[in-house]
Design a protein around this ligand. Structure first.
Ligand SMILES: Nc1nc2c(ncn2[C@@H]2O[C@H](COP(=O)(O)OP(=O)(O)O)[C@@H](O)[C@H]2O)c(=O)[nH]1
Ligand SMILES: [Mg+2]
Length: 254
């Protein structure tokens, strides 16, 4: 496959500090891969300077497309909005990565290269060296088991935010979930297996978040709390209900 147009899509929430470095690293690394590169960053109505930072950066960074959300909707719906904006640009490939900068630009290159060389429907970046507290690891392991049962095979790092999709593949996946889904990537991982998509896995390093803002994290402010923060407990319960409704129950949309 000849890659002419690559689009990066990114949800961002309170990432003012880390975004300039992360976006320029992405741009530097990915620009050589395609004659046209666009970076669509959806600001989920951050409470810090993210929006301003993005609009300022757009003046110097060719291909940066800031998208301003009207209301704060959370990570899942913002990722979905980012995918949809990216698809609107009609790319050959679409790469999703979170705005918290937990990857090396060079690893993004490896995932895109894998998509180009194999022609796969999707390439997942499988995170190695994650430094999560025990309850997040437990949650990830639990979700992994449920997804393995639903998908009929083990899917490494089911919720990884680093993915490269063929546009036709991600368009189909998006149409099968609600636009306000909390855990779109988990639904996608199940649907990819059920639909027999060609999935490739590339191991990538997991870095600490860039920028020092603790408000960007989904799990409260403490770095290593002893017990699951309330926010995570609520999110886990709501996500489990959504998983059942959208992807697991008999007759769920496939
Ligand atoms: N759009 C949006 N993103 C959020 C919100 N709260 C947290 N996030 C983002 O969710 C992403 C994942 O959170 P993180 O704690 O890094 O999870 P991990 O990467 O799986 O360890 C990060 O990019 C956060 O910035 C929010 O209210 N809206
Ligand atoms: Mg993260």
């Amino acid at each position: 496959m000849q890659l002419e147009h690559l689009v990066v899509v990114m949800p961002a929430y309170n990432e003012a500090e880390g975004l300039p470095e992360f976006l320029s690293e992405i741009s530097e690394h990915l620009a050589p891969l395609a004659p046209r590169l666009d970076l669509v960053v959806v600001d989920d109505r951050s409470t810090d300077a993210t929006r301003q930072v993005l609009h300022d950066l757009a003046a110097d960074l060719p291909g940066l497309v800031p998208v301003d959300a009207d209301v704060n909707r959370g990570h899942g719906p913002t990722a979905i909005a980012a995918y949809r904006s990216g698809l609107g640009l009609e790319p050959d490939l679409i790469l999703h990565v979170d705005g918290d900068g937990q990857f090396h630009g060079a690893d993004l290159v490896r995932t895109v290269r894998a998509a180009v060389s194999t022609g796969a429907d999707v390439v997942h970046g499988v995170r190695r060296g994650r430094q999560d507290p025990w309850f997040r690891r437990a949650l990830t392991a639990g979700v992994g088991l449920v997804v393995a049962a639903a998908a009929g095979r083990r899917v490494p790092d089911v919720n990884t935010p680093l993915r490269v999709y063929r546009p036709e593949a991600i368009a189909e996946l998006l149409d099968a979930i609600p636009d306000d889904a909390l855990v779109p990537h988990v639904h996608f991982s199940i649907a990819e297996a059920r639909r027999g998509y060609q999935v490739r896995y590339v191991e990538v390093a997991s870095l600490p978040r860039r920028g020092s803002s603790a408000t960007g994290t989904m799990w409260g402010v403490e770095r290593s709390p002893k017990l699951p923060p309330k926010r995570l407990r609520r999110f886990a319960v709501a996500s489990a209900a959504e998983l059942w409704r959208v992807s697991l129950r008999p007759g769920a949309r496939r």
